[in-house]
Design a protein. Structure first.
Length: 668
């Protein structure tokens, strides 16, 4: 857990009043008084949410539920809002903060997240700051004085920082009015949430000290149990519960059996050349090994996990955020504080522990709304590794329930998007899903691309598979049985003398992934049982009867024949997306679907200019402009200051600050 307070701040919190810490000139210097008046005039000038949205942030319209949440906050109504990652949660408290009198306190779990939000707000001309251990004492003291003078509209703190006595005394002082308390990543307050933080439990008692402040809880993932915990543990008063759709339509969902994981990862990276991606691994050791292998192949990649020093983690994270490195291999420790909008793909090298964790992590792709890709690789070994730590879990039964949801998602053959939505309580109309266009299906998931499996007579392959399980005395899992059928000479098989079995090598006509898929379907159709602990396969009564009576076995799958050309892989989602990308001849246009030469030049030059400005200001490039803004500039080609204000993501502050440079690039 990150420390929230610097040494100087801790000394301050230990005792002392404002009068002892600050002189009159420090609290109210003449130039600061002018700034306070200017900020107040600027805040009251824009009276409606729509005006703030356009003039400050440069957006024309609200995303789903944003306006409803903002209206609730402005009317003083406690609210629990669940919006998907990339759904615009931040604006739901930032816009009210610029309209209401007083300060909005935002409880945020990570230093990086606070810094990112404040940098983005400052770039848009909004007075905001954070208080945490990244500040030296003089800066910390200066920030506290600015709050005391009423110059700050948004204050970001950790739950530990909010709980400190002096912080509460500051916020309760006569000249500070707390208008709103916002709890970001509110699922951290629930033990059913995947990022539970006990420090969040103190917020409810602290909130009681500010009875007039409206409370807004925000999260991207919350099942019914987590929602109930948030309301109870934060002490929300008869809150409105607003839930946006969990459907991230721009993210393609793909699940593959882990066969040659390194090659599968490289295939994905190569189809997203020079684009940002995150690869999640189960353990620190695996993170380091995969990072080293990718570096040996000259990929621009760094690692991130709790075993690195604080300095190394920060350096690696900054390099990724600032587009100096394109690939981050990480454990679950990475991501909550990442607001990088142009992550184009997320790979799960191992199966996550729950669908909540999975959804949160894939949500870090495509935050800008542009096409993104989520690849999950899974194997029975992943399940064993997860279960190995159940004894250490506070509630092993709950952990198993969460894991079963993840296993069902990974092994199912039906639309993954529909399964994901259903898990989070969002019922979908089956007719509307079945009536989707071919293009909608192609942009959904691997199951929708493949289409419903046609029932096929697989009697002979199934008999081979079931017989092999019997001949190995029902002691092994799918991978081992498949190796026998393919005639493997690995040491384990030779030591067990399973190369002497009549079933050894009789399955070479079918690809490995075909046998593994057959195993999954035999389980789904009731021919096989799979043990929870070691994934050992055993035959059911139905299977024994089928073998005894030589009954035909017809299953909904199409086996990949080893003798055929690689048609199976040609139609896989990864290659399908790569084909779409190859339609664009110019690499600069691939992500943005821009075709004219002038627009392509503008995109290239704007990106180069953006990197330069970002380095000068020591901020990530997306703080200057996101890719979606660059795309809009290239498409609309603004040549005047007034035309700039019609560009997505450009408000008055950015138009004034960067307008001349943008127009110069557009004009060429």
């Amino acid at each position: 857990m990150e420390e929230d307070l610097s040494q100087g701040a801790l000394e301050f919190l230990a005792g002392g009043s404002f009068s002892e810490l600050f002189t009159e000139e420090e609290l109210f210097p003449s130039e600061k008084k002018e700034t306070k008046i200017e900020n107040k005039e600027k805040a009251t000038h824009c009276k409606t949410p729509e005006e703030v949205l356009k003039s400050t942030f440069g957006y024309e319209s609200f995303r789903p539920l944003q306006k409803d949440i903002i209206t609730n906050v402005l009317s003083g109504k406690d609210t629990l809002a669940i919006l998907p990652t990339g759904g615009g949660k931040s604006l739901c408290y930032q816009i009210p903060a610029l309209i209401m009198d007083g300060i909005t306190v935002v409880v945020s779990p990570l230093i990086a997240l606070m810094q990112d939000q404040v940098s983005a707000l400052e770039a848009s001309g909004v007075s905001a700051l954070f208080l945490n251990s990244s500040l030296d004492w003089s800066k910390y003291k200066e920030s506290m004085a600015a709050i005391h003078r009423g110059e700050i509209k948004l204050l970001y703190v950790s739950p530990e920082g909010l709980a400190s006595e002096r912080m509460q005394n500051l916020l309760l002082s006569d000249d500070v009015h707390v208008a709103c308390i916002t709890i970001d990543e509110a699922h951290c307050v629930s033990e059913w949430g995947h990022d539970f933080r006990p420090d969040y439990l103190s917020i409810a008692n602290i909130r009681k000290q500010f009875p007039d402040a409206v409370c807004l809880a925000l999260t991207a993932t919350a099942t019914l149990q987590v929602r109930n915990d948030i309301i109870e543990n934060l002490g929300l008063k008869n809150p409105d519960i607003l839930i946006a759709s969990f459907n991230r339509e721009n993210i393609f969902l793909d699940v593959k059996r882990k066969q040659r994981p390194l090659e599968q990862v490289i295939d994905c990276i190569d189809s997203h050349k020079d684009e940002s991606g995150i690869i999640y691994c189960f353990s620190r050791k695996q993170v380091d090994e995969l990072t080293e292998k990718l570096q040996q192949r000259k990929y621009n990649v760094l690692n991130y996990h709790a075993g690195l020093t604080d300095k190394q983690r920060k350096q690696n994270q900054d390099a990724f955020i600032k587009d100096k490195v394109s690939i981050m291999v990480a454990t679950v420790a990475f991501g909550m504080g990442i607001n990088k909008p142009n992550v184009r793909y997320v790979i799960h090298y191992d199966m996550p522990k729950s669908l909540e964790q999975y959804y949160q992590e894939i949500g870090r792709a495509g935050r800008d709304g542009l096409p993104a890709y989520a690849l999950l690789l899974y194997s029975p070994d992943d399940i064993r590794k997860i279960r190995f730590f159940f004894d250490e879990a506070a509630d092993p039964e709950k952990s198993e329930k969460l894991l079963q949801g993840m296993i069902h998602y990974a092994t199912s053959k039906s639309c993954r998007r529909r399964q994901l939505l259903k898990y989070f309580g969002e019922e979908t109309d089956e007719n509307s899903f079945s009536s989707r266009t071919d293009e909608e299906k192609r942009s959904c998931c691997d199951c929708c691309i493949s289409g419903p499996a046609i029932s096929t007579d697989v009697t002979i392959p199934a008999q081979k598979y079931l017989s092999c399980i019997i001949r190995t005395r029902e002691h092994y899992g799918a991978s081992y049985i498949t190796d026998i059928l393919l005639g493997s000479k690995q040491e384990r098989i030779l030591n067990n003398q399973h190369d002497k079995l009549s079933t050894w090598g009789i399955g070479k006509d079918i690809k490995r992934e075909g046998w593994l898929e057959l195993s999954d379907v035999l389980i789904d159709e009731g021919y096989l049982n799979k043990s929870d602990e070691y994934n050992v396969l055993s035959l059911t009564f139905k299977a024994h009867q089928a073998l005894k009576n030589r009954s035909p076995i017809v299953l909904p799958l199409k086996l990949a024949k080893a003798s055929e050309k690689d048609k199976y892989l040609d139609t896989s989602p990864l290659n399908h997306l790569a084909t779409i990308r190859r339609r664009k001849e110019n690499p600069a246009a691939e992500t943005y679907y821009i075709t004219d030469a002038v627009a392509i030049r503008i995109v290239k030059e704007l990106k180069q200019w953006r990197i330069k400005i970002a380095e000068e200001n020591n901020v990530p490039p997306y703080i200057i402009f996101g890719d979606k803004t660059i795309n809009d500039i290239a498409a609309k080609k603004p040549r005047t200051h007034s035309e700039l204000k019609n560009i997505y993501g450009i408000g008055e502050e950015k138009a004034d600050r960067y307008g001349s440079a943008i127009i110069r690039i557009v004009v060429g």
